[in-house]
Design a binder for this molecule. Structure first.
Ligand code: SF4
Length: 315
């Protein structure tokens, strides 16, 4: 088993397809977000990973990024200063920082303009900001950050399985108890899923737990999803059997992805998520016409291990 752990906050390059990590040839790379894409709809995976068609971030996605940034910055402060008021004060500067990095975000609400050019965008912006404020406040109903000292935040991790499949992703927060027990924390700005969708939500966390287990040799004690959309927490204590099952699942997913790459057939899978899909107009299920594949069959060497932004899942 080879493993690397990077905490730089940037995409790793060492493990890209065709490269090697510790003597193992890397055959491809998977993050929880992209694995989730393929499970949701193989064609969506193709649009994002193979075609690399840029997407316009939704207001909800950008709000997720903003709230994540505020919660990350909050822990830069001394523990006693981490109050709700201090967190809310971070919203403005963090939004300005995001705008400076991506000026096109300034047009996020332009589509909301009323036909007569009245205040549609301004009203939508206010509503959006009010919900971001509510999410930050809701966070404080779930835990007291003055009593926490995270071991890591926005931590980039990667590992390479024996098969050569590289697993990687960003962990929102890692807490390590004095006893050494590890808690993996992820913030979600959506609402907690219904019980029958919990397994899906936990897949991402088990993916991270698998990477950490491979890196550190111990299974994280607790996986914690914090839903800031409705103020609920989903906790799960994984064991080795869980993580072995997760490893089998990601390997099976990767095989299915490779089959699609080899055949060039990326099935669309319609669901209510199609309503939010940025690629609906080119999706055959909605009367669209597929663009030609960038290379015949979607050459794995060109795409399989390439970093793709965003790897973070901010919703
Ligand atoms: S619209 Fe639906 S079926 Fe089509 S690519 Fe998007 S998610 Fe898949």
């Amino acid at each position: 088993m080879t493993a690397t752990e990077i905490n730089t906050g940037t995409d790793g390059e060492a493990g890209e397809d065709g490269g090697s990590a510790g003597g193992v040839t890397v055959v491809g790379s998977l993050s929880p977000s992209r694995a989730g894409d393929f499970m949701t709809c193989p064609l969506l995976y193709r649009f994002r990973v193979i075609d690399r068609i840029p997407e316009r971030p939704s207001a909800a996605q950008v709000r997720g990024t903003l709230v994540h940034a505020v919660l990350e910055r909050l822990f830069d402060m001394p523990a006693a200063a981490r109050t709700p008021a201090a967190a809310l004060e971070l919203l403005g500067p963090e939004w300005e920082r995001l705008l400076a990095e991506e000026p096109e975000l300034a047009t996020l609400f332009d589509d909301e303009d009323d036909e007569d050019g009245e205040d549609g965008a301004g009203g939508a912006r206010e509503e959006w900001l009010a919900e971001a404020r509510a999410m930050v406040e809701r966070y404080f109903s779930l835990e007291d950050p003055r009593r926490l000292e995270p071991a890591s935040r926005e931590m980039y991790v990667e590992t390479v399985l024996e098969s050569g499949l590289q697993l990687r992703g960003y962990i929102d927060r890692l807490d390590v108890a004095p006893t050494g027990e590890v808690r993996v924390v992820d913030y979600k700005t959506g609402r907690a899923p219904r019980a029958d969708f919990e397994a899906r939500a936990l897949f991402q966390m088990k993916f991270y737990a698998l990477v950490l287990w491979r890196l550190r040799g111990t299974v994280p004690r607790l996986l914690q999803l914090m839903y800031l959309g409705n103020g609920e927490i989903l906790r799960y204590a994984p064991d080795e059997a869980d993580l072995r099952a997760t490893e089998r699942k990601v390997e099976a997913l990767w095989k299915a992805i490779r089959r699609a790459m080899d055949s060039g057939e990326w099935r669309e899978r319609t669901s209510r998520l199609c309503d939010w899909c940025d690629h609906k107009q080119r999706c055959p299920s909605f009367g669209g016409v597929l663009p030609p594949l960038p290379q015949a069959g979607g050459a794995p060497g060109a795409v399989a291990g390439a970093p793709l932004e965003p790897e973070r899942d901010d919703l």
